[in-house]
Ligand binder design. Structure first.
Ligand code: UDP
Ligand code: MG
Length: 314
């Protein structure tokens, strides 16, 4: 199969039929084999009924229905798992993404990119609650992850399947898939895509997602740099803290022993003890982290590298 389109759906009954007919037209025009995977993320409206009836009439459509709402990240993750296409395309079910942009993404993929991300340059979402927070979020994410994209929140993206196969998603991580992909060595491209105002249904996200995104960003940053060597970061912090504490302590002891300076009125003593204590804690944390990492990788036979190809295979 050439292309799998994965669409997370939560209470989008108004747009599904139109989305499907527009999508079908675009995909049929490509002259490639394709499938459309709708992931019903615990919809409580008529979404599932509509999807079911579409899937029964057409061979190319599959529907995965969750028992309850597990979130957009889980929905995408399920779609990736079931997808059989060499290229996986994700888009929103609310018609804010334009199915007609898919050929554009594919052309960019043909240039050799492993991931192509949509950039909603003219975004039609509320200014105060969506566009302004997103503006800052995109700047911070691109700075911290080192993946220079303008728009992380855009669901319209294309991936080579090998890339998503190597990525595990948790929390609200779907925004960070390009960053996680870069981490396993993928090349990332970006194309400008259209964006439409939401005509049907309601947006599922408000300001509360900001905190979720910040926490996930911390996790991603940690995973990208230190997840296979926690002692390197925690040990270093511990050595710095403990070292400073130790030096201060030695100075205080010298002053006390040789110059008769009393220790009772010196807050520096407290600081020295605190720093050494924190230092020990950090080092122990690093060691615990090392054990965790081993359990994590060995329990699932998960290597700490990703192979691109092997030449001269046995
Ligand atoms: N969605 C989902 N599960 C959720 C939240 C959202 O499957 O818990 C889907 C939703 O149906 C839509 C897409 O994810 O297809 C993006 O959601 P939404 O349009 O509300 O986000 P926005 O465009 O406002 O950022
Ligand atoms: Mg939307």
């Amino acid at each position: 199969m050439d292309i799998s389109v994965v669409i997370p759906v939560m209470n989008e009954e108004g747009s599904l039929k139109i989305l499907y007919s527009r999508l079908k037209e675009v995909l049929a025009g490509l002259g490639k084999s394709y499938e459309i995977i709708f992931v019903d993320d615990g919809s409580t409206d008529g979404s599932f009924k509509i999807l079911e009836s579409i899937a029964k009439q057409t061979e190319e459509v599959r529907v995965i229905s969750f028992r309850t709402n597990f979130g957009q990240t889980a929905a995408l993750s399920a779609g990736f798992k079931y997808a059989g296409g060499d290229i996986i395309i994700t888009l929103d079910a609310d018609l804010q993404n334009d199915p007609e942009d898919i050929p554009k993404l594919l052309r960019k993929m043909d240039e050799g990119y492993d991931v192509v991300s949509g950039w909603r340059r003219e975004r039609h979402d509320p200014l105060l609650t969506r566009r302004i927070p997103s503006f800052f979020a995109n700047k911070i994410i691109s700075r911290i992850t080192g993946v220079r994209l303008h728009d992380y929140g855009c669901t319209l993206k294309a991936y080579r399947r090998e890339v998503v196969e190597n990525i595990d998603l948790y929390g609200e991580m779907h925004r960070f898939i390009p960053a996680l992909a870069k981490w396993v060595g993928a090349s990332i491209g970006e194309v400008v895509v259209k964006h439409a105002p939401r005509k049907y249904g309601k947006s599922k996200y408000g300001l509360s997602r900001i905190i979720a995104v910040i926490l996930d960003l911390v996790t991603v940053r940690f995973l990208m740099s230190y997840s296979t060597k926690p002692i390197q970061i925690f040990g270093l912090l511990g050595l710095i803290s403990g070292g400073i504490g130790f030096v201060i302590g030695v100075c205080l002891v010298v002053q006390r022993q040789f110059f008769g300076v009393a220790l009772s009125s010196r807050p520096m003593l407290l600081l020295a003890v605190l720093l050494m204590f924190v230092g020990t804690q950090f080092v122990s944390m690093g060691l615990l982290g090392e054990m965790q990492v081993r359990t994590y990788h060995e329990s699932q036979n998960k290597p700490i590298y990703v192979v691109k190809k092997i030449v001269g295979e046995r």
